[in-house]
Design a protein around this ligand. Structure first.
Ligand code: FE2
Length: 438
């Protein structure tokens, strides 16, 4: 066995363990009643997520990669996300908390056995540890979903974390991104998912992009200016939804006298003005941008601003370079339970000076979720391809609740334009004038 393979096995085991420790934190923070309860119709009971994480690990690592006997063949159907909508999951004969914990732990022991024994080359599913990386990302993505469930849960606070760092540099205004081609997507990132592939050249016309995500203070100006009551700023679908859902402020915001407060993980505090706004849907983001005389960036614009290095002509892995995210670069991984104020991460800026593209809040783009030219479903159509549709909008960059394992300059998330329970905000863009240069 080569040193390289040995190193990869150690990395995979550490990443699996890191994901599981987070899952454990999120599921042990509440009692059994809370674990089986549905906190919102939009979300599964936490105990469903827990056993589903184990079931996917069993299907891919134990059965497929390892060729081992099933642990629990009988529960596959219960934990197949395509068989049962979230709203219906509480009524299923789910594993109880103790059973679910025992199940995921048995599966993990077997997956680690498989990791010890399997060759990590040859078959595309296991080359460079891909299937293990996919399962690590899957668990981390469910951890973010479970964090969103925690945010929807009522009752006393149960999660603790340090507050995010304060602003260190000004982060206002726009960056100018000159027109020209760049390489979008990737062929080389070993754990990149099928929808991030293949790398392809996209010519992006010159544009301006906000240096930082839109803040609560700026968003409150839109509210105060009557933005929610003026159909001029809203698309037809957005206005219809705003009426139907009686939208008037981001989710979790409440009026307290003449100020806004928000409730976060059970704690209610005044809204912090220079934090990125979060818990707004695509329609709200789009209406704000129209009111501000701007627009949302396209997905290609976002990725070019995040990855393109004009000095070398290359696309980087992250805005700051190719180095994996460190705490000084970005607010990721649930280290904090809130986005950091704008200007808190100058070390994470892109070559164009755009800040906080990674971490803090997912950013809505104006782009529908589709496959890149030359897309090939891998390892299964249900990962991405079945979601390719104008019904979904792409979000980029990850939030404070996204782990670094499930976040890259190429990583793509998608959701319905009405969704607000996710940790999503946005930044604005505008076209450059003809002939304009930096
Ligand atoms: Fe899943």
């Amino acid at each position: 066995m080569t040193v390289e393979t040995e190193r990869l096995r150690t990395t995979v085991a550490a990443e699996l363990d890191r994901a599981r420790r987070r899952t454990t934190t999120l599921t042990e923070a509440v009692d059994d009643d809370d674990l089986v309860r549905q906190h919102s119709r939009l979300m599964s009971p936490l105990v469903w997520d827990l056993a589903h994480v184990g079931n996917q690990e069993e299907l891919w690592l134990v059965r497929d990669v390892g060729g081992r006997e099933p642990v629990r063949h009988d529960i596959d159907e219960l934990y197949d996300a395509f068989q049962h909508a979230r709203v219906d999951r509480p009524a299923l004969p789910l594993l109880g908390p103790a059973e679910a914990r025992a199940y995921v732990s048995t599966v993990r022991d077997k997956a680690l056995d498989v990791l010890d024994a399997v060759r990590l080359d040859g078959r595309p599913l296991v080359a460079e540890g891909f299937a293990f990386g996919m399962i690590v990302q899957h668990e981390q993505q469910h951890d973010e979903t479970m964090l969103a469930t925690h945010q929807l849960r009522t009752g006393a606070p149960v999660l603790q974390a340090e507050p995010p760092p304060s602003a260190r540099v000004p982060a206002t205004g726009e960056a100018f991104i000159p027109g020209g081609p760049f390489t979008m997507g990737t062929d080389t990132e070993p754990w990149a998912l099928d929808n991030e592939r293949p790398a392809h050249v996209v010519d992006v016309p010159a544009f301006h992009l906000d240096v930082a995500p839109v803040t609560n203070a700026r968003y409150a100006e839109f509210i105060d200016a009557g933005g929610y009551d003026d159909p001029r700023w809203w698309s037809e679908a957005g206005w219809a939804h705003r009426q139907r859902a009686s939208l008037g402020a981001p989710l979790h915001w409440h009026r307290d006298g003449d100020r806004w407060v928000y409730t976060r993980f059970g704690r209610t505090t005044p809204v912090v003005p220079d934090e990125p706004v979060v818990h707004v849907c695509f329609h709200e983001a789009q209406a704000f941008a129209a009111w501000a005389g701007r627009r949302l960036p396209t997905e290609a614009e976002w990725e070019k601003a995040a990855r393109f290095d004009p000095a070398t002509g290359r696309a980087r892995r992250y805005p700051w370079g190719d180095e994996d995210p460190q705490p000084r670069h970005a607010n990721l991984g649930q280290r904090h339970l809130a986005p950091a104020p704008v200007g808190a991460y100058p070390d994470g800026a892109s070559p164009y000076g755009v800040q906080q593209l990674i971490g803090d809040v997912w950013e809505w783009t104006s782009t529908d979720f589709h496959g890149y030219p030359g897309f090939r479903a891998f390892p299964y159509r249900e990962y991405s391809e079945v979601f390719f549709s104008p019904e979904y909008k792409v979000l980029r960059g990850g939030s404070f609740g996204t782990d670094r394992a499930a976040c890259r300059g190429t990583f793509r998330n998608w959701d319905y334009p009405i969704r607000r329970q996710i940790f999503a905000g946005f930044r604005c863009a505008r076209d450059a004038e003809p002939g304009e240069s930096a």
